[in-house]
Design a protein around this ligand. Structure first.
Ligand code: GAR
Length: 207
């Protein structure tokens, strides 16, 4: 049984998609053991509680410095007996110690087709604003492993979504979530839980 800790910061619709896919048997041999939010007001915490999952807030504001916050975050992830860390709308920059300790065991969902509209400063609605500003006809979402860079780790799954002429950042964000994010994140977790995902020469191979 793959033990998953989900890190969130906001609404938690991707967390909900994972919870629903587990309940529907679309993700097999896995369970969410803990949800951690840096933001005490994240609705994702309520979603976790509603599903009977342990939900904790570890806010940097309640620690004297960043180091203490990082220590508490790593301790909580360790204590949950985590096999896989899932970043589902997590807006915290992870400490390098965490990334190396859980190397190959952290995945993230990004709301664009990496390497477009990713890297520093590209998160949440900003990604969709940039896609509309550039006038791309296709965007989408990417699930990837997390390495030391920002959105630079090996890509696991991607799904394209059409951009419409009348899209606003909000309508595009919603469609990318519905058509891509909520599908490829559960799918990627199931593939990992089934032992089908490996990294070879820096690239993901799915068998
Ligand atoms: C999602 O669109 C996710 O792809 C994005 O934040 C949103 C969180 O929504 N993540 C990033 O931009 C990470 N760089 P949610 O809390 O409803 O899942």
């Amino acid at each position: 049984m793959l033990r998953i800790t989900v890190l969130v910061s906001g609404g938690g619709t991707n967390l909900q998609a994972i919870i629903d896919a587990l309940a529907a048997g679309e993700i097999r041999d896995a369970q969410i053991v803990r949800v951690i939010s840096n933001n005490p007001n994240a609705y994702a915490l309520t979603r976790a509680e509603n599903a009977g999952i342990e939900a904790v807030c570890i806010s940097p504001r309640t620690f004297d410095d960043r180091e203490k916050f990082h220590e508490a975050l790593i301790a909580s992830i360790d204590e949950a007996g985590t096999d896989l860390i899932v970043l589902a709308g997590c807006m915290v920059v992870l400490p390098p110690e965490l990334i190396s300790k859980y190397s190959g065991r952290i995945i993230n969902i990004h709301p664009a087709l990496i390497p477009s509209f990713c890297g520093k400063g590209f998160y949440g609605l900003r990604v969709h604003e940039a896609a509309l500003e550039r006038g791309v006809k296709l965007t989408g979402a990417t699930v990837h492993f997390v390495d030391e860079g920002t959105d630079t780790g090996p890509i696991i799954l991607q799904k394209a979504v059409e951009v419409r002429d009348d899209d606003t950042p909000e309508t595009l964000q919603r469609r990318v979530m519905e058509e891509a994010e909520w599908k490829i994140m559960p799918r990627a977790i199931d593939l990992i839980a089934q032992g089908k995902v490996s990294i070879q020469n820096g690239k993901v191979v799915i068998r």
